[in-house]
Design a protein around this ligand. Structure first.
Ligand code: UTP
Length: 297
């Protein structure tokens, strides 16, 4: 019987330079799509997948993230007095039971692999998930839940994967794919941000992982990879050679790259159009001003 996945690591220690000046004082993960911070999308997805322990790898200046998960007695009391049940329900989802959340510091931003390694003592000897809050995935069944179900069949190490335009492939970790069945792809090789001519495919690794604790041991040597950073991809790639237990899961859903400004804007528009309270007004704005601007003149 494979261990259940109940722990997730959220590496949020990056500098978020693509969102300066906002990220000078606000963690990127607090930026909102419509009215919900990126971090809340990630937490909701983790909860749906059965995660019970939430480990944040943070850095200087991320205090707002810790505050976000605290209870807010004054605010709650005020909403209760005004009988604002809907808002109280929304707030309730932002708090965590005592002891469910842990914060670990990554002192220097040495790379995603290093951030995950920082949580090694809290993971100990269990499989664990990693969620990158930059990748927001809209899906009928949340992406990590899809993966947990597939993982229960195959175990080992599993990464989320999707095809990306070949000309953009070198911005990603890419896999060399073997056979595929039921969306589970055998992984024969994996490389982080290769040159376009060295790309093994245009199947990219997206920010959801289910990993064995062996990956954390592989990161012990702190080997520096692409971009001068300690790469999680390299630690997973070692397992392909040593244990042949790496798969990729071709998830169902639409992924938005909210680490980039254009991806963030696309997600904002998409999520706003999904909202019954905003859809009509927002759509008519888009139709009149964007899709047929002449009509508005
Ligand atoms: P990114 O490559 O997007 O870096 O990291 P970043 O710092 O967040 O953003 P930019 O590129 O400067 O705009 C991918 C994920 O890995 C985390 C980030 O917080 C993000 O969730 N990360 C990256 C760390 O936690 N530590 C690191 O040393 C590097």
């Amino acid at each position: 019987m494979k261990n259940k996945v109940t722990k997730a690591i959220f590496p949020v220690a990056g500098l978020g330079t693509r969102f300066l000046p906002a990220t000078k004082s606000i963690p990127k993960e607090i930026l909102t799509l419509v009215d919900k911070p990126l971090i809340q999308y990630a937490i909701d997805e983790a909860r749906a997948a059965g995660i019970r322990e939430f480990i944040f790898v943070t850095s200087r200046g991320k205090g707002a993230l810790e505050d976000y998960f605290d209870s807010a007695p004054q605010l709650e009391e005020s909403l209760r007095k005004k009988n604002k049940k809907d808002l109280l329900d929304i707030l309730r989802k932002t708090t965590m039971p005592s002891g469910a959340i842990a914060y670990i510091r990554q002192r220097d931003p040495l790379g995603l692999g290093h951030a995950v390694w920082c949580a090694r003592r809290l993971i100990a000897d269990e499989p664990f998930a990693v969620i990158l809050t930059d990748d927001v995935i809209a899906a009928e069944k949340p992406c990590l839940q899809q993966m947990v179900e597939a993982y229960e069949e195959v175990g080992g190490n599993m990464v989320a994967a999707m095809e990306v335009p070949p000309e953009k492939a070198s911005a990603y970790g890419l896999i060399k794919a073997g056979e595929e069945a039921n969306r589970i792809i055998e992984v024969k090789g994996m490389v982080e941000k290769p040159k376009l001519e060295d790309a093994p495919s245009n199947i990219a690794v997206i920010g959801r992982y289910i990993l064995t604790p062996k990956i954390l041991e592989n990161l012990d040597d702190k080997a520096v990879g692409a971009g001068g950073e300690i790469q999680l991809t390299d630690a997973i790639a070692r397992e392909i050679n040593e244990s042949d237990n790496v798969t990729a899961y071709r998830f169902e859903g639409k992924r938005f790259d909210c680490g980039s400004k254009s991806g963030f804007l696309e997600a904002t528009v998409s999520f706003a159009l999904e909202r019954p309270d905003l859809r009509d007004d927002f759509l008519s704005f888009l139709e009149n001003n964007i899709m047929s601007p002449k009509a508005a003149q």
